[in-house]
Every structure is written in structure tokens, then in C-alpha cells.
Design a protein around this ligand. Sequence first.
Ligand code: KIV
Ligand code: ZN
Length: 517
Amino acid sequence: MHQVEFLDTTLRDGEQTPGVNFSIKEKVAIAKQLEKWGISTIEAGFPAASPDSFEAVKQISAAMTKTAVSGLARCVKADIDACYEAIKDAKFPQIHVFVASSPIHREFKLKKSKEEILDIITEHVTYARQFFDIVEFSPEDATRTELDFLLQVVQTAVDAGATYINIPDTVGFTTPEEYGYIFKYLIEHVTSDHQVIFSPHCHNDLGMAVANTLAAIKNGAGRVEGTINGIGERAGNAALEEVAVALNIREDYYQASSAIVLKETINTSEMVSRFSGIPIPKNKAVVGGNAFSHESGIHQDGVLKNPLTYEIITPELVGVKKNSLPLGKLSGRHAFVEKLKELQLDFEEKEIAVLFAKFKKLADKKQDITDADIVALVDGNEIENPEGFHFNDLKVTSNDDDTVTAIVNMINEEAESVDVIANGKGSVEAVFNAVDKFFNQTVKLLSYNIDAVTGGIDAQARVSVSVENVDTGTIFNASGIDFDVLKAGAIAYVNANTFVQKENAGEIGRKISYRDI
Ligand code: KIV
Ligand code: ZN
């Protein structure tokens, strides 16, 4: 039995998801939660990409006490230097250098021969080792690289001092059998006078990222890479929570374990969902809302007699909240603060006062305030934009010609109340047209989703939107929560427009991935 290390790249590869723009504060909060979850290494970003990425990696490096911090660098000395500057104060610093190795990347992207690629690897892994004891090397698009050349590439990186070898399935092309064989082959053939750990890094284009990751473990991988909730560009990365739970449930088969604190899984997943603006699908393995509900009569009967008849993962294992003690109209500040503690939501006194006032308002409208309501309340508070514009109220009326008129009341930057009026074919269109009028910028709505925070007729609605800043092509996700679904939508759309406005004013830098520069 061996223990598999976990490297989380939610803040680097995960942030490449269109619409996901974590602030530095959110990145540090996610990193702290990942540390609590038991991740051994956090890939905190790509420091050379932008001053914002650099600063985020620096702050995460300072915040981690047990977890190693890594940063991405191309085989470019300036990237390695930037990474060193951002990470040098981390308790456990690491670097991840990469260059593409597949024929298609060699010919069309890099325009380099095989020999040139090998020289680049020797030069840059050797350079990185001057600053870091732990150097991870990745041949990008490894799974579409000729196996004999991949062996040469990996041997070259190891000879230059690489301590982790990552085999990225960059385009999500491989299959479990094929990927498992690549690990077996490399582990058998690579020679080294120092310890080398191999890791999978899988994208989910064919829906096999988690299966491929597990196949790599079965064939000797000692560390895995992935993201929370499987976020990442295109179809995303391997979902680490699925890998961790699979290892726990099928330890017998994989003969491997992890140091992941599984009861922190739901907290971790919910935080990433909140900050990324990407709702968790109900049927998502391990963390989806339906993962532990039993609709059919036969299943319910079996589960009541013995849960293990139809449930291989218990809700307790992954930390599903039990909703032990719903709060209500008569609950005081003390009970509210205790509930925040129970839900591991840490706030300063000033923030608690704001949240408690919101809680009281909510309790006037809703009899039982569940854990999910409290999380939503906190959520709504986090996504509000106190310094900028915000939505205040709205009214809609239906017209005889089947159109709808919306009057949206906004509070502008000068804290003045402004009414904006617009028509639409339906209520949502009318409200969004009014918000468009207020901001006067070119935004395209890409998606609009409604979800109920809890069950019941008095459930709060969460609306998530995705918009494109037409002038720059940047996509932003945002959400809003309210009892009234139209108001929740208006809040979400205002928040998304606020991001666009900040980008147009140069307050948010364009998100840059390693592919852009
Ligand atoms: O998917 C990929 O190839 C990557 C590399 C930077 C390792 O993310
Ligand atoms: Zn990747």
C-alpha cells in the first residue's frame, strides 16, 4: 500500500475556465481550505503571466504552513526567475517547468526539432534546480508524443535534476489502458540516482480524466494532479474529490491511500463553486446534490434497512452538512454566531454584524433557516459589491401588446437612487435591458441558470449568469441570491456588468494563461 500525494491546480489550470476570475482574496481563501483538505502541494498560479498572478502566488506562499506551493513556468529563464521571486518565502517551495513534446506541438507551435527540445529541457531544468530542490517537469501533450521520444524527454529531465515527472494528457485524448501503460513503461525504463515521482495530469475532453488518473495510480504514479469540482478549460481537469473518494472506497483495488481529510470535501467543493460561479451539477459524483438522495421506493426501503445496500459513500464521509439545528425568527446573535462556527465560516466582528442584520431580514420571510440558507446568505454578501453600483429593487408590469416594462432601481457610485426603465418580450429581458441601459456597455449574455438554494415554496433562488465583454472577449461569471427569482437575476447581471466595467477601466487585468504568451 502506498500513499499518493495530491497536487491541486484549481488556482492555475482551474482558473483557465472561461468566466472564472478569482480575486487574490478568494485565491488565498481557497488555498487555506485546500490546506485543511490535506492537499500536499498547491499549484498557486503562473507568476510570469501578470502582476496579479505573481502577487497571488506570493500571498499564498506566505499563507501556507503545511502545504508546499508550486508555480508554473515555461522553459524560459524569466518565467523561472519570476516563479522563484514569488515562491521563495514559502515554507515548502516547488516549481513546475514544462515544454511541449508531441509532433504536432513541435512542428506547428514550437517549430523545434527533437534534439532542440531535449537541449531546452536540459538547460531549463538545470537552471530551475539552482533555485529549487523540488522541480516538476512536464512534457506538454505527452500522450500524443511518440513513446520512445517521451522516454528520452523524461530521461533528459531526470538527468538534469527533475524530481517529479508529470505526464499531461493536455487535450484529454488518452484512455485508461493506454495511459496506465505509459506510466508502467516510463517507470520501468527511466533510470535515476535520485528519487523520481511520476504524476498524471488529465483533461476531461472524452470524460475519462478521473478514470485515467486512477489508471496512472494503478501503474505506479505517486502523486496526482487535478482541480476541485473538475473545473478547467474546455471539459475541465480530473476532479480531485472524485479521485480521493475513489481511493478511499476502492483502496482494496488500488492498494493506495491519500492524506485527504475527506470530511472537508463538501466545504472545499462548495467554496470553489461559490468563488468560480460554477454551480455543482445535481448528479455530479461525490459532491452533487443527488449523490445521497434516494428517489425510488426500492432504494429508499433498502437504505432505511441498511444504508450500504445502495450507498457506497456515506454523507458523513465527505462532510455533507446535517442541518442539525435550523435557525428561525427567534434565534439571537449568539445562536447565529455558533451556527457560523459550526459551518466553519470565519468572520470578523464587523462582518458578523452585517450578516446578522441580513439573517434577521431573512428570518422575517422564512420560517426555518437551514444551513444552506446561511451559506447562501454569506455567499450573497461575498458577491455583493458595496463600493460600486448595486441593484436596489425592481417592478415589472405586463403591457397589452404582450411586452413587459421593468423599472429597475439602482444605487449609483454616488449612493444616489436611479430608476431605469426598459421594455422586453418577457420580464427577464426587460430587467436585463434596464440594467444594460444603466451601464451603457456592450455585454452579451451567454448563460442564465436558476437554482433553488433549499427545498420548499419559500426557498431562496440563486441565479448564475455568464456574460461576455464584447469589446475584449473576456467572459465573466456572477450570481445573485434572493427570494424573488427576477431580483436574483438582476443582482447577478449587475454583478457581471460590474466586472465588465472594472475590466474596461483597467482595474481587472486580462486573465493570461501559459498558452497566451
Ligand atoms: O494540460 C497541460 O498540459 C498543462 C501543462 C502546463 C502541464 O496544464
Ligand atoms: Zn492542464
